[in-house]
Ligand binder design. Structure first.
Ligand code: NAP
Length: 291
């Protein structure tokens, strides 16, 4: 992913703290979020994935400011319904700026995704054209979708071909070795849509993926951890994973996956593990909506 000639590493950092971290109170959750994003940025991650639903925009903004990394080098992803008021409020929260300064200086979002798009025969997805206006006004630089699959994408393509709407720049969906989504990824490749893998380690089910015997065996061959193998598999497919972690060790370890080149025979072995079953309710619900 490139932004004004700055090459951005093809791995991002997820900022969602899920139920497994429920033991944290609100102030601990915020502190953990800020610290982990600062560590990620200082480790070399440049893509930061957030959403209005994660209730952490102030933390994201504070971490960006405290990290010392120039704003221009950071590729900030936000998600929501795509409604103008919501995007303006998000920018004010993240950058701690005045309403009249939205879209000026550093007060913009690099990529805005409709988080749970609702399909509409006329306009593709609700709010898609409103989001396009935000792009024209440069409050968001790129626009895309999350949790959308092949059937709805095919319908969207008909509207794009009729020049009624524009193509999304990015699609973010759940992808890992257990749920590879080949058909949807192939569609994205054919249509020049960048794919981002949410929950690339299987979220709360990470243990199950790390325990697969083929994963252990191949990780051992390359002398890497099983988590690195899962991320390398995604990166070797030219898909950008956005793992989340609260641990310094894991954040650094995951970033190293960028440097791992897997041999064809190992990619084929990993491909054979596909079931196309997502491990999170979010993706399962989205796939049900696509039927
Ligand atoms: N668009 C959407 O609807 C959507 C849906 C889901 C997720 N997402 C995005 O995707 C991001 C990542 O997905 P996710 O948070 O669901 O889950 P994930 O990244 O697949 O897995 C996170 C879990 O893996 C553990 N982990 C990370 N690195 C590890 C390592 N090297 N070794 C062992 N364990 C490791 C973490 O624990 P530790 O903290 O202990 O490392 C955490 O429990 C989210 O933060 C969010 O930004 C988007």
């Amino acid at each position: 992913m490139s932004e004004e000639n700055i090459e951005i590493p093809h791995i991002g950092f997820g900022t969602f703290i899920g139920n497994e971290h429920n033991k944290l109170n609100e102030s601990q959750r915020k502190q953990t979020t800020i610290n982990s994003i600062i560590i990620a940025l200082q480790t070399g991650y440049r893509i930061i994935d957030s959403s209005i639903n994660y209730n952490n925009y102030e933390c994201v903004g504070e971490a960006i400011r405290r990290s010392g990394i120039p704003r221009k080098e950071i590729y900030l992803i936000c998600k929501g319904s795509g409604n103008k008021q919501e995007i303006d409020d998000s920018i004010v929260k993240i950058f701690n700026c005045r309403k009249q300064d939205i879209g000026k200086g550093y007060n913009y979002i690099d990529l805005y995704l409709i988080h749970h798009p609702v399909f509409n025969e006329e306009i593709g997805f609700e709010n898609w054209n409103i989001l396009k206006q935000q792009k024209d006004e440069e409050t968001v630089l790129n626009i895309g979708l999350s949790n959308v699959y092949i059937n709805q994408l095919n319908k969207l393509k008909e509207l794009v071909d009729d020049k009624r709407i524009i193509m999304p720049h990015v699609l973010e969906i759940e992808i890992h070795i257990y749920c590879q989504e080949k058909e949807t990824v192939d569609w994205c490749d054919e249509n020049n849509v960048i794919v981002i893998a949410q929950s690339p380690l299987g979220y709360a089910n990470i243990g199950m993926l790390l325990d697969i015997s083929e994963v252990k065996e191949i990780a051992q061959k390359y002398q890497i951890t099983e988590s690195q193998l899962l991320l390398a598999y995604t990166i070797n497919r030219d898909i950008i994973p956005i793992p989340s972690s609260r641990s310094l060790k894991h954040i650094e370890e995951n970033f190293e996956a960028l440097n791992i080149k897997l041999e064809e025979e190992d990619m084929i072995k990993l491909e054979s593990l596909n079931t196309n079953l997502p491990l999170t309710e979010t993706a399962q619900n989205a796939k049900d909506r696509d039927q």
